[in-house]
Design a protein around this ligand. Structure first.
Ligand code: NAD
Length: 369
């Protein structure tokens, strides 16, 4: 298997966590005899410092020639005074738009070892494994007209979807559910919004092509409560842009730390993979950053761009193993609770690497028998 990955480490903790993620990808390639090449590029504040632009043309051109883009994080307080289109974050928005991914995938998983880190009770979060599929290029964030008239004190945004936009993201959700627990929950506000009525009718129609997958519809307001009350009832959750933005953040509390959340945006020219967290300038350079969100993002590259499901699962199992053994970066440590070993970013990366190597060795030994 050959894969060319653009690595845009970015600012703050971006380079620290990305390094651990690429180490894991290198290990998977080495152990499985795959050829992964990494092309480094500038983005965000570091790109502004070196080139004057948050997304230099060279970075975008290189990214478009790769099979996947792994992005760390952007954002640097040094540039806070710049107008929004000149700031590091503009680079992120530009690359997302240029790559054109329309389906944003965000897993929300309860790790048993971290059940005490979630504000929800362990019996509520037990066994939760939700995959959000959020439409990313349409809806209220992009619809026209949009304006704010300061004279009349009136503002408008438009929630708009076409049938085709709903069909393509719904297909992603059903395909993914087919390889999971065979259930799609589509979220809308069809009791009030015509856009949601189109959404619901279209998703219902698409579902007919996936008879083995169960479809249910939920209104967004009740869904917000269900996610907190009975999260284990959900497998794939399909949403439009705004609802998905809010609900996937809400479900992040199930996992317990921002540092643990991966994401992927697929369906465009090149898939874009990034941990959910930002550049965390408050802890950059201190070795406190949790690299597991970035490492789990690497697992998503293996799953969605390399079709190496077994290796993706092996990386996720290695993360679980390290957590079960009590290793904790500061964000997931629980006070003075016994059985925990505090570790740095680099140590956490090495531990996952070690656990992964052991499991791949075992797999290969079993194949050899
Ligand atoms: P943030 O996600 O960077 O940090 C929020 C809090 O979570 C901080 O206390 C931070 O220390 C902690 N945190 C985040 N990731 C962590 C990790 N991996 N391990 C341990 N702790 C972690 O959000 P913010 O503070 O609102 O924003 C900081 C900068 O990042 C801003 O410039 C913002 O615009 C940018 N940002 C970028 C992205 C992105 O690149 N995708 C996303 C969000 C924010």
């Amino acid at each position: 298997m050959r894969l060319k990955i653009a690595v845009l480490a970015g600012d703050g903790i971006g380079p620290e966590v990305t390094k651990q993620a690429t180490n894991i990808l290198r290990a998977v390639a080495e152990m499985g005899g795959h050829e992964f090449t990494f092309v480094e590029g500038l983005i965000g504040g570091t790109a502004i410092t070196e080139t004057g632009s948050p997304l230099p043309t060279g970075t975008l051109d290189a990214a478009l020639e790769c099979d996947a883009v792994l992005l760390g994080a952007v954002g640097d307080n040094k540039f806070n005074a710049l107008p929004p289109d000149k700031r590091p974050e503009a680079g992120l928005l530009q690359i997302r738009q240029a790559l054109g991914g329309f389906a944003n995938l965000r897993p929300s998983i309860a790790y048993t070892a971290l059940s005490a880190s979630s504000p929800l009770r362990p019996e509520v979060t037990k066994d939760v494994d939700i995959l959000f599929v959020r439409e990313l290029l349409g809806g209220l964030y992009f619809g026209a007209p949009r304006w704010w008239d300061r004279d009349s004190n009136e503002a408008i945004n438009t929630m708009r979807y076409t049938r085709d936009e709903v069909v393509r993201v719904a297909r992603v959700a059903f395909e993914l559910a087919g390889n999971r627990r065979q259930k799609v929950t589509s979220v809308d506000k069809a009791n009030v919004l015509e856009v949601s009525q189109l959404w619901r009718a279209t998703v219902t129609e698409v579902a007919k092509d996936y008879p083995s997958v169960t479809l249910e519809h939920q209104l967004v307001d009740s869904m917000a409560m269900h996610i907190m009350n009975i999260p284990r009832n959900f497998d794939v959750v399909l949403t439009e842009n705004l609802f998905g933005d809010i609900l996937s953040d809400e479900a992040g509390v199930i996992t317990g730390s921002l540092g643990m959340l991966p994401s992927a945006t697929i369906g465009g020219a090149v898939n874009l993979y990034e941990p959910v967290h930002g550049s965390a300038p408050d802890i950059a350079g201190t070795g406190k950053a949790n690299p597991l969100g970035a490492i789990l993002t690497a697992a998503m590259i293996l799953r969605h761009s390399a079709n190496l499901e077994q290796d993706a699962k092996a990386v996720e199992a290695a993360v679980n193993k390290v957590l079960d053994a009590g290793y904790r970066t500061a964000d997931i440590a629980r006070g003075q609770q016994p059985g925990q070993t505090p570790v740095s970013t680099q140590e956490m990366g090495k531990l996952v690497h070690q656990a992964l190597a052991e499991s791949i060795d075992r797999r290969q030994a079993m194949h050899a028998v």
